[in-house]
Ligand binder design. Structure first.
Ligand SMILES: [Mn+2]
Length: 289
């Protein structure tokens, strides 16, 4: 008799065991080697999967069920601990494989630097790509303590690669003065708020291909304390869900997404991975067409 493995924490709830017939692929990037404050996001992907067993299959927001969605949970990438550069290569290579197979990637972080090789691979495939970045932090530094491979640099790298005017940042409430100046000059920069500016920005993106990267720390620490660089003054989980639904209901063509910086050890209530799991369900049902 096959035992029910729902509580093993190995896979996101209701994922298919068949890669070939799956449209979307959930994969984990358990890396936290470059964080500037508290480590622990390497344990994010596994704990989000564990929390997913508490989800209903049905989304009343979208009137859809994950039982009708075909998605494969690939598990976590095997990353060489302590070697950020090589880890990013592994991630980039994996994403290029997914895109070659015409899959929709849904990444679980891990620190935010893991999104950088994903964005590079996405941009290779979609030269007219736009990036939606929802985060408490601007992530626009050129380097941190002399190190260009840092979780505070991925969006600056993306801006230099694809042009800042193809990037839309929401919810930003922390960064250096230089980052805020750079953002205001070079990026479609919407600090502090998320849902309201998204409503005006989405029509400007038309039907473009869009990659969506969400840092869980855009939420107020009262909604998501389990993150390495918690930042007071954030939005509620209700507003972040609304943001996902606004994107899902717009004309943009979402081609991939990730959710990063869940560090479960700082949240004994497990609320952070519980909200993260629900966000993944809504992104899966809303973004994968
Ligand atoms: Mn952040």
């Amino acid at each position: 008799m096959k035992l029910d493995q729902a509580y093993s924490g190995n896979v996101f709830i209701c994922s298919s065991e068949d890669y070939a017939s799956s449209k979307a692929v959930i994969y984990g990037m358990p890396m936290d080697f470059t964080v500037s404050f508290r480590p622990g996001s390497r344990f994010g992907p596994a704990r989000i999967r564990q929390a997913s067993v508490g989800l209903e299959e049905y989304s009343p927001y979208l009137d859809k069920s994950i039982l009708d969605a075909k998605y494969f949970d690939a598990g976590d990438l095997l990353l060489p601990f302590g070697n950020a550069g090589r880890s990013l290569d592994v991630i980039g290579e994996y994403i290029r494989g997914l895109l070659a197979d015409d899959k929709f990637p849904i990444g679980l972080g891990g620190e935010h630097l893991v999104s950088w090789p994903v964005i590079q691979a996405m941009y290779e495939k979609y030269p007219d790509l736009a990036l939606i970045h929802i985060d408490a932090h601007a992530d626009l530094r050129e380097q941190y303590e002399g190190e260009p491979l840092s979780h505070s640099t991925p969006v600056r790298k993306a801006a230099e690669l694809m042009g800042g005017k193809n990037i839309y940042q929401f919810g930003i409430r922390s960064g250096s003065k230089e980052e805020f100046l750079y953002g205001r000059e070079n990026i479609n920069f919407y600090p502090f708020e998320v849902a309201a500016p998204l409503k005006s920005a989405l029509p400007k993106m038309g039907q473009r291909p869009v990659y969506v990267t969400i840092d869980i720390d855009v939420l107020d620490p009262s909604c998501a304390p389990g993150t390495g660089t918690a930042e007071a003054g954030g939005i509620t989980s209700k507003e972040l869900l609304e943001a996902v639904h606004l994107i899902a209901g717009s004309d943009v063509n979402v081609v991939g997404c990730d959710l990063v910086e869940v560090a479960p050890i700082y949240d004994p209530t497990e609320q952070t991975q519980i909200v993260a799991a629900k966000l993944i369900r809504e992104m899966l049902l809303g973004f994968v067409k």
